[in-house]
Design a protein around this ligand. Structure first.
Ligand code: UTP
Length: 408
């Protein structure tokens, strides 16, 4: 029965090759392949066969950010507001750790990377320590939701257990897996990773809220009375999480979402910048920034699009529920996809060989009505680890951690 359903689904999307080895598989492997076919969203492959068209952007104009001066003037007021929201249990945090971290080149989850010099200092450990600062200041445990993927879930959860959650209260840590998307050839045919397995990868960092819903965690959020969710990336080891001042500022300014931003180091820096698009908050990714946009000045002669996002957002939860039924745009990204060739051999390509399908968290911002770009001091809150060496690397992050008094 299920086999028939799987065959029909594969036919509908022109993916019949998935069952090429079906007859020679053991019963267990047959079952698991059929289950994967039924579970996987194959409709994404249609995007390729229908021809890739980038969505046209609306009219871009500058957005006003809350700058350091304004933040400093109101620091105590904002911080008090934020702390009282935390003490009332209204704030939760979501760590996005479902990515593959391919640029770092380690097989383990990125958060397990040891950036220490004289002693082990793990990326996950830095994140937990940063959150513990706020737990100490507020005297309140904060629920932390950790998004993993099929590829790194077991490694991540065992690591936290082994490390005794870096002294965090395990009752306040909740792991959930993000949904996966198939990877396809340039012609839109899904790759196989094995005779009984379609090649899949995490469906992008925009999948976090729907994955939380699928995992039943939005019910927990309601039950606990959490109203604000601070979402952040695994790879910025300096960021402040559940930052009371940021939370207070977003609440006091009546915004649906707050976005931590840094002033761009130079016009060509590879960060997405905040803007308005057709009057709504939005982000222009670095590869979409035109010469004209980079050189536009505001009334004071400063660059008008000067605030880059660092993937640290504070969302008002209720509005996320309102937007989650609207589909996020699907980004089709060229990547190196390991696959099984026609002779049944496993190949790890050196060059990109197809597409992955991802949704991005930055597209959620555009669906919301109001956003507060909140400036932070770059050298105190932005030390991303993307690469092994050079820009945004282990080396640059170590230097910044030491500058901030962290012993490595
Ligand atoms: P990146 O865009 O840097 O992707 O993720 P990545 O997979 O970690 O690294 P590369 O590109 O393969 O080298 C930004 C943040 O979003 C999370 C990552 O874990 C990181 O915290 N992310 C990304 C997910 O949680 N899921 C995804 O599908 C993609």
């Amino acid at each position: 029965m299920n086999l028939q359903k799987a065959q029909e689904k594969l036919k509908e999307f022109g993916q019949e090759h998935v069952l090429k080895y079906y007859d020679e598989l053991s019963d267990d492997r047959k079952k698991s392949l059929v289950a994967q076919v039924l579970d996987t969203d194959l409709s994404v492959t249609k995007k390729v066969t229908n021809g890739i068209t980038e969505d046209k952007r609306g009219v871009i104009s500058p957005i006003k950010a809350m700058t350091l001066d304004e933040i400093n003037e109101n620091y105590d007021d904002f911080t008090e507001e934020g702390l009282s929201a935390i003490r009332a249990g209204k704030v939760g945090a979501v760590l996005l750790a479902g990515g593959m971290g391919t640029r770092l080149g380690s097989d383990n989850p990125k958060g397990m990377y040891d950036i220490g010099i004289t002693k082990p200092v793990y990326i996950f450990e830095r994140i937990i320590r940063n959150l513990l600062d706020v737990v100490d200041a507020s005297g309140t445990w904060i629920h932390l939701f950790i998004m993993t993927s099929d590829k790194n879930h077991d490694a991540t959860t065992s690591f936290f257990e082994e490390q005794k959650y870096f002294t965090y209260n395990p009752e306040y840590i909740h792991f959930f897996k993000q949904d996966m998307a198939p990877a396809a050839t340039y012609e839109g045919l899904v790759y196989m990773e094995d005779k009984d397995k379609i090649a899949t990868s995490p469906n992008g960092n925009g999948g976090w809220f729907s994955s939380m819903q699928n995992a039943g965690l939005v019910d927990l959020i309601h039950e606990k009375g959490i109203e604000w969710i601070n979402v952040f990336a695994v790879d910025n080891v300096l960021q402040r999480i559940a930052d009371p001042c940021f939370i207070g500022a977003t609440i006091k300014r009546n915004c649906t979402v707050g976005a931590k931003v840094v002033r761009k180091a130079d016009p060509d820096e590879k960060v997405g910048v905040m803007c308005l698009e057709d009057g709504r908050p939005s982000i222009v990714e670095y590869y979409e920034q035109t010469e004209e946009l980079r050189n536009t000045k505001d009334e004071n002669g400063d660059p008008a699009y000067n605030f880059g996002v660092i993937l640290n957002y504070l969302f008002h939860e209720k509005e996320l529920e309102d937007i989650c039924n609207n589909e996020l745009p699907l980004h089709i990204v060229e990547k190196k996809i390991p696959y099984m060739n026609d002779n049944g051999e496993f190949i790890k390509p050196e060059e990109p060989n197809g597409y992955k399908f991802e949704t991005l968290i930055l597209d959620m911002i555009h669906m919301l009505d109001t956003c507060l770009p909140f400036e932070v001091v770059r050298n105190k809150e932005f030390a991303p680890i993307k690469n092994k060496t050079g820009v945004d690397s282990i080396e640059s992050a170590r230097k910044l951690l030491e500058e901030n008094g962290v012993e490595l």
